[in-house]
Design a protein around this ligand. Structure first.
Ligand SMILES: [Zn+2]
Length: 141
């Protein structure tokens, strides 16, 4: 992978909302001055094809893009207070919550995080837990 592409990837994943190819070009150039417009326009379709970026059609001539990290932005972390084990759970309500409370203040949400501290099942069962800090995924919310 070329340095130019790395800069483009980096710029994409720093984005938390929609951007155009030109905006991406500007941001990628802040990371690597040598990024060319042609490389941005060649790389975007590849990112879309590999589902790293989503094309967002808002009915204008301009194409908008968005990093496809829905999974990440709508995950909540539940962390065991004792062993620090991190459970990731899908939290689709978060987007709604974030935009609702922001709208009340007249603000636009950029990012948000939900972290819950809890006692893991092992702690509940034994009163202590083994201290391995592995990350577990849970499909059930
Ligand atoms: Zn625990």
């Amino acid at each position: 992978m070329t340095g130019q592409r790395m800069a483009i990837f980096e710029a994409v994943f720093k984005e938390s909302s929609h951007f155009t190819a030109e905006e991406l070009l500007d941001k990628a150039r802040l990371i690597d001055r040598t990024v060319s417009r042609a490389t941005v326009y060649r790389t975007l379709p590849i990112l879309v094809e590999s589902c790293l970026v989503r094309e967002v059609d808002i009915g204008t001539n301009l194409k908008y893009y968005m990093p496809n990290k829905e999974q990440g932005s709508h995950q909540a972390q539940v962390i065991c207070n004792d062993c620090q084990k991190i459970f990731e759970i899908p939290a689709p309500f978060m987007e709604w919550y974030g935009s609702t409370v922001s709208a009340k203040l007249g603000l636009t949400p950029i990012s948000q995080r939900l972290q819950v501290t809890a006692s893991c099942q092992e702690y509940q069962a034994k009163g202590f837990c083994s201290k391995d800090k592995t990350i577990e995924s849970s499909a059930s919310a």
